[in-house]
Ligand binder design. Structure first.
Ligand SMILES: *[C@@H]1O[C@H](CO)[C@@H](O)[C@H](O)[C@H]1NC(C)=O
Ligand SMILES: *[C@@H]1O[C@H](CO)[C@@H](O)[C@H](O)[C@H]1NC(C)=O
Ligand SMILES: *[C@@H]1O[C@H](CO)[C@@H](O)[C@H](O)[C@H]1NC(C)=O
Ligand SMILES: *[C@@H]1O[C@H](CO)[C@@H](O)[C@H](O)[C@H]1NC(C)=O
Ligand SMILES: *[C@@H]1O[C@H](CO)[C@@H](O)[C@H](O)[C@H]1NC(C)=O
Ligand SMILES: *[C@@H]1O[C@H](CO)[C@@H](O)[C@H](O)[C@H]1NC(C)=O
Ligand SMILES: *[C@@H]1O[C@H](CO)[C@@H](O)[C@H](O)[C@H]1NC(C)=O
Ligand SMILES: *[C@@H]1O[C@H](CO)[C@@H](O)[C@H](O)[C@H]1NC(C)=O
Length: 636
């Protein structure tokens, strides 16, 4: 009976294997001779201010930049406390030329007690008892008074419970701008982020006091002044990025309010801020020096763009209008790498504490200039000719479509952008295989699967736009990334975009950071890069299963990345040509349902899981539906 059962079972299994095609494994033969080195810049990040209101300071509308005085909108995020009257005024004696507006507090006569105002932060304020907050502001009495009293500077819950507070004396004879700075140490952490920053003054009433340039910072990443929020910076670093493309993007697609390096450096009092083409105020608190310092701290190299004379809406500068903008681009580059003895912008950098030049190899000329392709030939020519004459060591990246129009000098780098469906990414995993190997190289400077409906790219979630990355979108991107690795002899860099905020790679609120499924896919590729590419049996060009193989010489391991872009699991069989192959490897697997997303409601729904798997010179692997897998095996 037992024998019969077991042989019948074997027969059933054999029949099942024969009839069900799904057990026919895809065979992948790996070639042990590398075809090319993986470029050190291959995976990085792209960021511009447009998709995040503020990643570095806690207060919102902290300096009344670019608001219309005497309007309700100018008081955005500010609220009166205890019957105070507050208004944003165009100050006849402003704190600085760049910051013309002040917050005027009027305490009605006969009003007693602590009276003032509060700021609600950006989506709230996280109050953590482990942190010391540095709070500061400027104040003056517009007219001398004989008042003597104190300011109280506090962090409070929405119900008014004081979590931290400090008082400082104040005299009504202070008629010129005076800075107040205090350290706030919360006695307890707040249970949520619905907290306020509150400044009050004890007054018998009748006083008028002006305030400007508020600042509230918890500890920052590496304790840098005006630095990055620690949890966001650590999440960026966790991805293992090699470069950072900045400052845009759309920051380079406006004229008057474009990002201008010199309006973002030095004292915060000298930064006017600007309203970009996304319609809100950029504080420029994260200025050029803060960016560069962060890249150094994070071990990334900048890919820096300069404005190229074109703006959305059709502005194209004529050739004879370019000179001042080319001069400004030269200054911008000199701030980063110039010699302080020879260049004023470089001397400014030295005076701000960084005499040594920063690392810089790549300059991008504009952003998405395929929108203004007709004028790009002369803009590209003049900008590149002038800048390369001064900086022969730099490489310039063109931003039109590849080879359209033809440019002189012939670009050796193009920045290619694509926002598409997950299916498009899988279908285009072979996009770069057909490109000529002739010295022209490519930067996939912005890419993301953002819709499942090809008629609805940039549309609404109702018709297929993704509110959050999903396993379907992330596996599509990962399929494309296997193609980037295979073609990394000509693709030198790639960055997902947008980087921060809903529905992008990394989302956050006042208290937390949310890592999307695409974040984990990016991280799996970036931190498991290897340093040379090993050719292997090619995936099917119109298939749904994609892979690439690299080797890390330093860790003597082979790294296999696999993306399964559909719901059906795929059986694979690998053949490795090495003398010895360890019998156990490490599998890092990101796996979830087609529409599974990490959201604030379920931040950890899909996270990579690391396990040990059986390997050898030949071994089988089952790639689950909608999965990104990295198998690492020691070989010799
Ligand atoms: C392995 O790859 C190398 C370098 O790309 C190539 O020259 C060689 O022909 C390949 N060998 C096999 C067996 O495919
Ligand atoms: C501010 O606005 C109020 C009402 O909108 C108006 O009465 C007042 O004159 C304005 N003040 C200034 C200085 O413009
Ligand atoms: C300050 O004094 C001047 C002149 O006396 C007066 O015009 C002005 O309204 C006063 N300002 C405030 C805010 O009280
Ligand atoms: C920045 O420099 C440009 C000239 O390159 C100048 O027009 C502009 O006013 C400067 N902005 C600031 C805020 O200094
Ligand atoms: C530099 O730019 C100016 C202004 O567009 C242009 O006239 C000039 O030809 C450029 N210089 C070189 C060396 O191309
Ligand atoms: C490489 O090939 C492309 C397409 O044929 C061509 O347009 C481009 O100019 C070539 N690049 C170089 C550096 O010759
Ligand atoms: C795809 O998007 C288009 C354009 O927004 C819309 O008309 C169409 O209904 C969408 N299709 C589906 C299946 O949602
Ligand atoms: C896949 O591509 C091959 C050749 O490129 C073609 O013969 C085949 O019909 C395609 N299969 C599908 C399902 O599109």
């Amino acid at each position: 009976m037992a024998r019969l059962a077991s042989s019948m079972w074997a027969l059933a299994l054999a029949l099942f294997t024969a009839v069900s095609g799904c057990l026919a494994a895809t065979v992948v033969v790996v070639n042990g001779t590398a075809s090319h080195a993986i470029p050190s810049t291959l995976f990085g990040q792209m960021f511009e201010d447009i998709n995040v209101l503020n990643v570095y300071s806690v207060l919102q509308n902290r300096a009344f930049q670019q608001v219309t005085p005497n309007t309700t909108a100018a008081l955005d995020a500010w609220h009166p406390v205890n019957g105070a009257s507050i208004n944003v005024i165009k100050d006849p004696k402003p704190v600085s030329a760049a910051l013309p507006n002040s917050l005027q507090l009027k305490i009605p006569s006969g009003q007693n007690g602590r009276i003032g105002f509060s700021n609600e932060g950006f989506w709230g304020i996280k109050v953590d008892a482990a942190w010391t907050y540095t709070a500061s502001f400027f104040f003056k009495f517009p007219n001398k008074s004989n008042f003597r009293g104190s300011f109280t500077i506090a962090l409070q819950t929405s119900s008014g419970k004081v979590l931290a507070s400090k008082s400082v004396g104040v005299s009504g004879s202070t008629t010129s701008w005076t800075r107040v700075q205090v350290q706030l140490r919360p006695s307890t952490s707040a249970k949520d982020t619905k907290n306020n920053f509150v400044v009050t003054v004890n007054s018998a009433g009748g006083q008028t006091i002006d305030f400007a340039m508020f600042s509230l910072f918890p500890p920052t990443f590496k304790n840098r002044p005006n630095g990055m929020r620690i949890d966001i910076a650590e999440t960026l670093v966790e991805m293992g990025p090699s470069f950072f493309r900045f400052p845009g993007g759309n920051n380079l697609e406006v004229v008057a309010t474009r990002w201008q390096w010199n309006a973002t450096v030095g004292s915060l009092l000298d930064r006017p801020g600007r309203v970009g083409d996304w319609g809100y105020v950029n504080t420029d608190g994260l200025g050029l020096l803060e960016y560069l310092t962060f890249f150094e701290d994070a071990g990334m190299e900048p890919i820096m763009a300069v404005w190229a004379g074109y703006a959305l809406g059709g502005t194209n500068l004529a050739e004879n209008q370019l000179a001042p903008y080319i001069a400004q681009a030269r200054d911008q580059i000199n701030f980063v790498i110039g010699d302080p003895k020879k260049s004023a912008p470089a001397a400014l950098r030295a005076s701000l504490g960084h005499p040594k030049p920063f690392a810089l190899r790549y300059i991008e000329v504009g952003n998405e200039d395929f929108f203004a392709a007709a004028t790009y030939p002369y803009r590209w020519r003049d900008i590149v000719a002038n800048l390369s004459a001064e900086f022969p060591q730099l490489q310039f990246i063109a931003t039109t479509n590849t080879f359209d129009p033809l440019l002189s000098p012939n670009p050796t780098q193009y920045d290619v952008h694509v926002y598409q469906t997950p299916g498009w990414f899988a279908e285009n995993a072979f996009m770069y295989d057909g490109f000529e190997r002739n010295g022209t190289t490519y930067f996939e400077g912005e890419y993301a699967a953002i819709s499942t409906n090809s008629s609805n790219i940039f549309g609404t979630p109702e018709t297929g736009r993704l509110p959050w990355p999903t396993m379907q979108s992330s596996t599509g991107e990962a399929a494309f990334m296997t193609g980037l690795e295979r073609n990394s002899d000509i693709v030198f860099a790639a960055s997902y975009a947008p980087l921060l905020q809903t529905p992008d790679l990394i989302s956050f609120d006042a208290g937390q950071v949310y890592k999307s499924t695409s974040f984990y896919a990016q991280k799996l590729f970036s931190v498991n890069r290897g340093d040379e590419y090993l050719p292997s049996t090619l995936p099917s060009r119109n298939g749904t299963l994609f892979w690439s193989v690299t080797r890390s010489k330093s860790s003597r391991s082979v790294i296999i990345k696999i993306s399964n872009t559909v719901a059906t699991a795929a059986e694979m069989s690998f053949r490795l040509p090495f003398r010895t192959v360890e019998s156990k490897g490490t599998l890092q697997q990101l796996h979830g349902g087609q529409t599974a997303s990490n959201t604030p409601a379920q931040p950890h729904l899909v996270v990579p899981v690391t396990s040990s798997i059986r390997t050898g010179k030949t071994f089988n692997f089952n790639a689950p539906g909608f999965s990104v897998n990295v198998i690492t095996i020691k070989v010799a």
